[in-house]
Design a protein around this ligand. Structure first.
Ligand code: SF4
Length: 425
């Protein structure tokens, strides 16, 4: 069987057919202890996420960071909004270190970041990167001073920054100035186009200012987040064409459930296919009581289904139809996907390459055997009126036919045996 994914030594898959080569960007390293996450410069696209706990609650925040990291988030951002939050950041870092979780922490600052980073040097040291929003730093000279103060801290502790511009907090003065200039043009742009241009100008000009203030060019990542798909694509295409800073992609305020997932996927897929984007975050609004790790799963699935990276064995399952009268195959597909994902924190070290495995769970004989043969392991469950037996295919060959009430357990054991045999070093 031909592997769909071929990996280079850097961990990036060989370029999928139709995808553009990644845009050439500088490489920024974000580290904590021995863990160095590389963003840009040809490194695999990095998955990141953000906590939604109150940072003052150090234990709860450390626990959520750990969950996100174990789910596969390679960077985790936490809100640092108050003196109490800044004070707890070193405790969160220590707690994570004690749990052997060395994921780099990114501090998210707005309004008072200059003061918090200066007043709480241990917080500044415990963080591995600072997110700076130039639109939320006051106006005029005060904004310039506050920005310079944050860049000074980044230089002092040798930390990278993300200059993250957001259309919900765009620099009002810059926007007003550009609107005035636009109004004087013979053929003025639409207001939306001026807004997009202002986002790009704000991001690049602040990055250039950070460099003038002494921060190295390979310590700067940019983002320009908006909440409409077409605007996001246009803004990032423009940003990518006009600078070589690594780009953090994300559709801000993407929304809940399928809307948030679809909108984020639509926007990011277009850009990634064009080779634009070095790190991604999916900004999903969780359902009440929902699992924050979903944003990590979605980010990984976008990259994996596009053939850009592999994280977890993928399960191919048919949608089911009138030929299936029971939910057995739906439950099996769900259980096996959950089982594979749960094993990955251990398997990824024990069984290198297992993340590229394909498993098929099919509902009847129409496409079941064919799809199963194409997977590394496949099972074709019986449809309505078919003999109550489930043939299992391994590497394209029918190896066994399962029957009875223990099909799910037996199939899981076959998957485990296959992983141990094929992927053991
Ligand atoms: S494989 Fe069978 S059960 Fe599944 S969608 Fe196709 S026809 Fe329906």
């Amino acid at each position: 069987m031909i592997d769909l994914f071929e990996f280079t030594q850097s961990g990036r898959c060989a370029l999928p057919v139709g995808a553009a080569a990644p845009k050439s960007t500088r490489q920024v390293t974000i580290g904590w202890k021995h863990n160095h996450v590389r963003v840009g410069g040809g490194a695999p696209v990095v998955v990141q996420s953000m906590t939604n706990t109150a940072t003052e609650e150090a234990i709860a925040t450390a626990v959520q960071v750990k969950e996100l990291a174990l789910a596969g988030s390679e960077l985790v951002r936490i809100t640092v909004n108050t003196p109490a939050a800044a004070k707890e950041v070193p405790a969160i870092r220590e707690q994570l270190d004690r749990m052997n979780i060395h994921v780099p922490l990114v501090g998210d600052f707005h309004y008072n970041g200059h003061k918090l980073l200066t007043d709480y040097p241990e917080c500044a040291q415990a963080l591995s990167k600072y997110r700076i929003n130039p639109g939320n730093m006051g106006g005029g000279k005060r904004r310039d001073d506050n920005f310079a103060q944050m860049i000074d801290v980044a230089c002092k502790y040798d930390k990278p920054v993300r200059i993250g511009v957001n259309w919900g907090s765009l620099d009002h003065e810059l926007m007003a100035k550009m609107m005035d200039q636009n109004a004087q043009m013979a053929q003025p742009w639409e207001a939306q186009a001026v807004m997009r241009e202002a986002l790009v100008v704000s991001a690049i000009s602040n990055a250039q200012r950070a460099e003038q203030l002494g921060l190295a060019g390979d310590k700067i990542i940019l983002s320009c987040k908006v909440s409409h798909v077409q605007d996001l694509i246009t803004v990032y295409q423009d940003l990518s064409a006009r600078c070589d800073y690594p780009l953090h992609l994300g559709l801000t305020e993407a929304g809940m459930g399928s809307k948030g997932i679809v909108a984020s996927t639509a926007a990011l897929s277009v850009l990634l296919q064009q080779g634009i984007g070095d790190t991604i975050r999916i900004s999903l609004t969780p359902e009440p009581g929902g699992d924050r790790r979903q944003e990590v799963v979605v980010a990984q699935e976008i990259l994996q289904t596009m053939g850009l990276r592999a994280f977890t064995p993928m399960v191919v399952a048919c949608p089911g139809c009138g030929r299936t009268s029971s939910t057995v195959f739906q439950e099996l597909a769900n259980d096996i996907q959950a089982y594979l994902r749960d094993q990955m924190p251990v398997w990824k070290n024990q069984y290198p390459g297992v993340e590229t495995m394909n498993v098929a769970v099919m509902g009847c004989v129409v496409n079941g055997p064919g799809e199963s043969r194409h997977a590394d392991i496949g099972i074709s469950l019986p449809g309505t009126g078919e003999t109550p037996a489930a043939p299992v295919y391994v590497d394209g060959q029918r190896v066994v036919t399962l029957k009875g009430d223990t099909i799910a357990q037996e199939f899981q054991q076959i998957v485990l045996d296959y992983v141990q045999k094929r992927y053991a070093p």
